[in-house]
Design a binder for this molecule. Structure first.
Ligand code: SF4
Length: 357
């Protein structure tokens, strides 16, 4: 089975949530809670729209948007049972759910296992207790550690949702969180910046001038360090940034929203790699960079922005780029008359780059 299944998402906005976390308004991403009886039709309709089986090695139904395991056990079973006919026929391979780390005791894990759940995504947000408290999460970092170890003992695939820029957060605290997350070895993480959404408790703080979101530039600086840290530890990053939807954009009041945040970070990293090479070999006047064809747009940046920044910083007349299929993805080569110099993004450490944040 592939590490990237096709997911049929069923949103249960805020279902099971005991209280509202500071930053949350799930109604901004989905409207009504679908009943268990509507699930079967929805899956059937979704399956029709998917490409043929040979192209999709794994299909999962996901219950997102609330605290699935904090709803009553009867209701959990009602939702999960609707997927069973599809599991039995092989049209769907498994189920994933998202939930809180303090709603995963042994009895619940047993129920999930018996009903076809393979993947559990837990809301972590941060491993700093003070930030969890300020965000009104209602659980501690220790709850995350113990939930993860129970999930792993039961053989579930574990995903973690992380956030940057919550009240009390700093770049150092975010990187500390990642160290703790890496030690727990989740199968994948998703990271998104804190946005001020209409109808969330955070809106009140923001309107009172008691909370300021990160700027987009700060977010990029934090996330590029975090992304490289995760890549160096071989933790899969399934997504950075929230899925852009009309509902989200309609509820967005403030914060570092960008519909292609991951791509923006990759582009910042490519710029830093090019800067690093040019700093090492500053005698080059017409540098020629070589990269994999899939990464040339990262190197160029949006509207050629990286090229313009490099020309300006290093006083270059022109920058040449060639692509070659045989270049390892994540690598950048600066061609020189004497020898080629190579850097891989995993080897980029920010202390060694001037003009980086
Ligand atoms: S963040 Fe998760 S647990 Fe908190 S209110 Fe939103 S859906 Fe519920």
């Amino acid at each position: 089975m592939t590490a990237h299944p096709i997911i049929i998402p069923i949103f249960l906005p805020n279902l099971g949530c005991r209280e509202r976390c500071l930053f949350c308004n799930q109604k901004a991403t989905a409207k009504e809670v679908p009943s268990p009886s509507s699930v079967r039709n929805y899956i059937e309709a979704s399956l029709i729209r998917l490409p043929s089986d040979e192209e999709i090695p794994e299909k999962q139904v996901a219950f997102y948007g609330g605290s699935f395991t904090a709803i009553s056990q009867e209701d959990q079973v009602r939702y999960l049972k609707e997927v069973q006919p599809f599991l039995d026929s092989g049209l769907i391979h498994s189920i994933r759910i998202s939930t809180r780390p303090d709603a995963l005791d042994e009895a619940i894990l047993s129920l999930l296992k018996a009903n076809g759940v393979k993947t559990v995504e837990i809301g972590v947000q941060t491993m700093i207790d003070e930030i969890l408290f300020l965000s009104k999460r209602g659980h501690s970092a220790e709850d995350i550690v113990s939930a993860t170890s129970r999930l792993k003992a039961w053989g579930f695939e574990v995903g973690m949702h992380l956030m940057v820029g919550l009240p009390g957060d700093t770049c150092d605290r975010f990187l500390q969180t990642l160290d703790k997350v890496i030690a727990l070895r989740p199968d994948f993480v998703r990271i998104h910046p804190t946005l001020v959404l209409e109808g969330s408790p955070l809106e009140v703080l923001w309107r009172a001038g008691k909370y300021s979101p990160l700027s987009l530039d700060e977010t990029l600086q934090w996330l590029k360090k975090g992304l490289l840290k995760l890549e160096r530890s071989n933790i899969q990053v399934a997504r950075i940034g929230l899925q852009p939807t009309r509902e989200l954009e309609r509820h967005l009041l403030a914060g570092p929203y960008h519909p292609a945040l991951h791509q923006l970070i990759d582009s910042e990293i490519a710029l830093d790699m090019a800067k690093h090479l040019l700093q090492l070999y500053s005698e080059v006047n017409h540098p020629l960079f070589l990269c994999h064809p899939k990464e040339v747009s990262n190197l160029r940046g949006q509207r050629n922005g990286n090229i313009l920044r490099l020309k300006d910083q290093f006083h270059l007349e022109e920058i040449l780029i060639q692509t070659r299929e045989d270049i390892l993805k994540g690598s950048l080569i600066l061609q020189n008359t004497k020898r080629n110099i190579v850097i891989h993004r995993r080897d980029l450490y920010y202390e060694s780059i001037q003009n980086s944040h």
